[in-house]
Write a protein that binds this ligand. Structure first.
Ligand code: NAD
Length: 506
C-alpha cells in the first residue's frame, strides 16, 4: 500500500532530557494526526524503561541545586517563562489546534488559563512561608517549614495540551522540585515547546524533562524509585490505576479522572441566557472538556422552552477546521473516538431517548478525512440509559426532566462522577441551597463551566479525583511540598532536660 506523502516525510520527535533534545532508545512510536485533515504530521516515540530512567536521573541530578536556590530566584525564572508564554501565545495555540483540533480562539483561551497558574506560582516566596511561635515552652520556640519532595512526574491527557501540564509543573518547580512530564502521545508538541521556553527563561538543565509514550512509559514512571510524586489527569479507569499503582510504591499521588457534569435549570432562570451559556459548555471544544456540561437537568416548566432554545442555537453552530474563520467547533481527536461518540447517539435512540438534533450526518466539504461530528441534542433522557451513565466526551447534550430542585440535587449526588456542576436561577435561596447540598468539587452559580482561577484549587470528588489534594492553588503547593516542624531550645548550662518521662515544654 502506498503511504501518503505526509507520512513518508514526517520526523520522529526527540525527548527533552537535561536541557536538550535526546533521541529515544525505544523503537516503538506512534503517529501524530491532524484531526481536521486526517493527515499524519509527526511521529512520537513510545519510551521504554531505559528512556524514562534517563529522564528521571537527569531530574535527580538537577534537584539539589534547584532545591537550594532561593524561592525568589525560582520565581524570577517563572516570571521570564510567563513573558515567553505570553509572547508565543499564538504559536502555542496553533500547535494545539494542529494536533487537538479545537478552534484557535478556544486554544488561545486555554493557554491564557495556563499562564494564570504560572502567575500564581510566581508568588512562591510568600506561598511557602512557614509559621513561628516563640516561647511554646520556657525557652522553647517552634517553627514550621515546607520542603520540596524531589523528582515529580506529570502524566497528562489529550484535551488540554498546554493548560493541564501548566496546572502541575509551574507549582512543582516553584516549590523546588524537578519534573518529568509525559504528555498525551496524541498532542506532544506543545510540551516540547514549553521545555524550550523554560530553558530560554533561564531554568537550569535537567530541572524540567519531557518523555513520550503510552502505558509502558507511564508504568516505568509509576515504578521508578526516584519519582516521589505523580500528578495525573485523564480518564477515570486510568486515574484509578495510577492512584493504586503509585500509592503502592509509596509515592504521593493526585489523579484527576473523568466527568459527567450536570447543569440544573430552574423555572425562574433566564432561558435565553442559560441556553447561550450551555452552547459553549456543551459543544465548546467539541465536548472534549472535563468540565463540559453533558447533562442538563430541567426542573418543572423550564424544560420545553429550554429544549426549543437549545435546538435552535445548536443547529446554527459553525463546525469545521479549528483554524477556519469564525468556527464554533472543530473535529474530534481521532476517527475511532468520533465513531464511538456517533455510536452513543445510535444507542440513545435505541434506548428510547428523543433525538431532537442529530449531528451524525455532518459533512465538512474539503475535509472529508477529518473527524467531524455535528452537535446532537437528546430530550427525555433517563438515568438508566447508557448516554447518561457513560462519559461520552463529545458534542452530545442530554436533557433530563425532573419536578423539583431536590430531585435534581439527588440525581447529581447519586452520579459516580463529581467534577463540576452548575445551577441557573434568579433565586439566591435556591442557589445557596444548591451550593450547600451538592456533593461535587466545583460549582457554578449562573456560571456554566466553573473552572477555578489559578489561586484557588481545581479538582472533583468521587470518581473524578483519586487522592486528597486538588491541583494548583494552595492545595498544589501542599501537594508538592512536605511539612517539617522544628522545636528548638538553646539551653544554658542550668536548664538541660533530664529524665525519661514524656517531655513537656512548660
Ligand atoms: P486517558 O486516560 O486515555 O490518557 C491520559 C494519559 O494517560 C495519557 O498521557 C495517556 O498516554 C496515559 N494512558 C493511557 N492509557 C494508559 C494506560 N493503560 N496505562 C497508563 N497510562 C495510560 O485520557 P485522554 O483520553 O487523554 O483524556 C480524556 C479524559 O481525561 C476524559 O476522561 C476527561 O474527562 C479526562 N480529563 C479530566 C480532567 C480533570 O480535571 N478531571 C481534565 C482533563 C481531562
Amino acid at each position: 500500500m502506498n503511504k501518503p506523502v505526509e507520512m513518508q516525510n514526517v520526523q520522529t520527535m526527540p525527548l527533552w532530557i537535561g536541557g536538550k533534545h535526546k533521541q529515544a532508545t525505544s523503537t516503538r512510536a506512534g503517529e501524530i494526526i491532524n484531526p481536521a485533515t486526517g493527515r499524519v504530521i509527526g511521529r512520537v516515540p513510545f519510551c521504554n524503561a531505559a528512556d524514562i530512567d534517563a529522564a528521571v536521573q537527569s531530574a535527580q541530578r538537577a534537584f539539589p541545586a534547584w532545591r537550594d536556590s532561593p524561592p525568589l530566584r525560582r520565581a524570577r525564572v517563572l516570571m521570564r517563562f510567563r513573558e515567553l508564554l505570553d509572547q508565543n501565545k499564538d504559536q502555542l495555540a496553533a500547535l494545539i489546534t494542529a494536533e487537538h483540533g479545537k478552534t484557535l480562539a478556544d486554544a488561545g483561551g486555554s493557554v491564557q488559563r495556563g499562564i494564570e497558574v504560572v502567575e500564581f506560582a510566581m508568588g512562591i516566596p510568600h506561598l511557602v512561608k512557614g509559621e513561628h511561635s516563640e516561647e511554646v515552652g520556657t525557652g522553647v520556640d517552634t517553627h514550621s517549614l515546607r520542603q520540596p519532595l524531589g523528582v515529580c512526574a506529570g502524566i497528562t491527557p489529550f484535551n488540554f495540551p498546554i493548560m493541564v501540564p501548566l496546572w502541575m509543573f509551574p507549582v512543582a518547580l516553584a516549590c523546588g522540585n524537578t519534573f518529568v512530564l509525559k504528555p498525551s502521545e496524541k498532542v506532544p508538541s506543545a510540551s516540547m515547546r514549553m521545555a524550550e521556553l523554560l530553558k530560554q527563561a533561564g531554568l537550569p538543565d535537567g530541572v524540567f524533562n519531557v518523555v513520550h509514550g503510552d502505558k509502558e512509559a507511564v508504568d516505568a514512571l509509576l515504578n521508578h524509585p526516584g519519582v516521589k510524586a505523580i500528578s495525573f489527569v485523564g480518564s477515570t479507569p486510568i486515574a484509578k490505576y495510577i492512584y493504586e499503582t503509585a500509592s503502592k510504591s509509596g509515592k504521593r499521588v493526585q489523579a484527576l479522572g473523568g466527568a459527567k457534569n450536570h447543569a440544573v435549570v430552574l423555572p425562574d432562570a433566564d432561558t435565553e441566557f442559560a441556553a447561550d451559556a450551555l452552547m459553549g459548555a456543551a459543544y465548546g471544544s467539541a465536548g472534549e472538556r472535563c468540565m463540559s456540561i453533558s447533562a442538563v437537568v430541567a426542573v418543572g416548566s423550564s424544560a420545553d422552552p429550554l429544549v426549543a432554545k437549545l435546538k435552535e442555537k445548536a443547529s446554527k453552530l459553525k463546525i469545521g477546521p479549528g483554524d477556519g474563520k469564525d468556527m464554533d467547533m472543530g473535529p474530534l481527536i481521532t476517527r475511532a473516538h468520533r465513531d464511538k461518540v456517533a455510536g452513543y447517539v445510535d444507542k440513545g435512540v435505541a434506548e428510547g431517548a428523543k433525538l431532537v438534533l442529530d449531528g451524525r450526518g455532518l459533512k465538512v466539504t474539503e475535509y472529508q478525512d477529518g473527524n467531524f461530528l455535528g452537535a446532537s441534542l437528546f430530550d427525555h433522557v433517563k438515568t438508566d440509559m447508557t448516554i447518561y451513565k457513560d462519559e461520552i466526551f463529545g458534542p452530545v447534550l442530554c436533557v433530563l426532566r425532573v419536578d423539583t430542585l431536590d430531585d435534581a440535587i439527588r440525581m447529581i449526588n447519586a452520579n459516580p462522577y463529581a467534577n463540576g456542576t452548575a445551577v441557573f436561577t434568579r433565586s439566591g435561596g435556591a442557589a445557596r441551597k444548591f451550593e450547600r447540598e451538592i456533593e461535587v468539587g466545583m460549582v457554578g452559580i449562573n456560571v456554566p463551566i466553573p473552572v477555578p482561577i489559578a489561586f484557588f484549587s481545581f479538582g472533583g470528588w468521587r470518581n473524578s479525583l483519586f487522592g486528597d489534594q486538588h491541583v494548583h492553588g494552595m492545595e498544589g503547593v501542599r501537594f508538592y511540598t512536605r511539612g517539617k516542624v522544628v522545636t528548638s531550645r538553646w539551653p544554658d548550662a542550668n536548664a538541660l532536660p533530664t529524665g525519661l518521662n514524656m517531655p513537656t515544654l512548660g
